[in-house]
Design a binder for this molecule. Structure first.
Ligand code: C2E
Ligand code: MG
Ligand code: MG
Ligand code: MG
Length: 289
């Protein structure tokens, strides 16, 4: 039988926990816009290792938020909130400008990098995104092909016609496009073919625990082959082990990203990391395999 004396307490405790979580959400939603305007946002950069060239000239920019009360909040928490409450476009605008400012600084010091950033469904629905990006590229004197937009299949499936039209407009500016988290969304291969993308990123859930014998190996190998047949470069994200790198290299994957090489880092630490990678510098592919 239920212990009547304990039930209200238990309920209350649960209620408190939920109130705290709810309060946190409300606070984060309220403070996000202010962060984009007055501060608290910053970027980390994670290297993408080109296997054919044995070089790093690409990185993904990942948004970070240092909240005045809660400290560092993960994008896994605040991006969905921003998407639900209409402030994602403000964040995306902040990220684009911060990336271009960083590229401007790197270009000025002779450090060539191509940087990808993440775009949400709401950004693809915007009427002015490509115009704003075009203006910023000019203002910061950045060639469009140094910028890559990562888009998930699900973001495109929200409103495919509109999203595809935006992707084509971005593409005609010269921006390169990449399919993020491939394999987790529900879209068809026909849909993939309609997207004017140049790169496909295999989702980390297939990569993190990859080994030669698991079922994921078949999926990963055939995704690499299919991408190449479609003329796309393939990135594997979530590479955590040397064995994973070796398998992906043997299977012809173009680019690797993951904690095995580096976690996402602030720009200065990223630059320092680049300088400490002599083993990555222009080594022929043969030497590795
Ligand atoms: P994503 O775009 O798929 O980014 C990759 C995520 O995987 C990053 O998490 C990265 O830190 C993490 N990661 C990279 N290598 C490894 C690895 O080897 N193992 C593991 N376990 N994880 C790895 P992060 O930075 O927490 O970002 C999470 C997600 O939040 C991103 O996934 C992206 O969907 C979203 N996000 C981050 N920044 C932005 C942004 O500026 N705009 C938008 N719209 N979304 C963003
Ligand atoms: Mg991404
Ligand atoms: Mg993502
Ligand atoms: Mg991803």
């Amino acid at each position: 039988m239920q212990d009547a004396a304990q039930l209200p307490d238990g309920l209350q405790l649960y209620q408190h926990g939920r109130d705290d979580a709810h309060q946190r959400q409300i606070t984060l939603i309220r403070d996000l816009r202010r962060a984009a305007q007055v501060g608290g946002l910053f970027l980390h950069f994670q290297p993408k290792v080109d296997l054919a060239q044995g070089r790093v000239y690409q990185a993904e920019a990942l948004l970070r938020w240092n909240h005045p009360v809660y400290g560092i909040v993960s994008p896994g928490e605040f991006i969905p909130l921003a998407e639900r409450t209409g402030s994602i476009q403000l964040l995306t605008a902040w990220v684009i400008e911060a990336v271009l400012r960083q590229l401007h600084s790197w270009n000025g010091r002779g450090l060539y990098m191509e940087v990808s950033l993440n775009i949400s469904a709401e950004d693809l629905a915007s009427l002015t995104l490509e115009q704003r990006v075009g203006d910023l590229l000019q203002r910061y004197l950045i060639p469009a092909d140094q910028l890559v937009f990562e888009i998930t299949e699900s973001a495109v499936m929200r409103d495919p016609d509109r999203a595809l039209a935006m992707l084509h407009r971005l593409r005609s500016l010269g921006i390169r496009l990449s399919v993020d988290d491939f394999g987790t969304g529900y879209s068809s291969l026909a849909q993939l073919r309609r997207m004017p993308v140049q790169e496909l990123k295999i989702d980390q859930s297939f990569i993190r625990e990859l080994d030669d014998t698991c079922g994921d190996a078949v999926i990963v190998r055939s995704t690499i082959d299919m991408s190449h047949a479609l003329g796309l470069k393939v990135v594997a994200e979530g590479v955590e082990h040397g064995e994973t790198r070796d398998l992906l290299r043997a299977w012809g994957c173009d680019t690797l990203q993951g904690y095995f090489f580096s976690r996402p880092l602030p720009a200065d630490a990223f630059e320092a990391w680049l300088k400490q990678q002599p083993h990555l510098a222009a080594r022929p592919l043969k030497e590795h395999s």
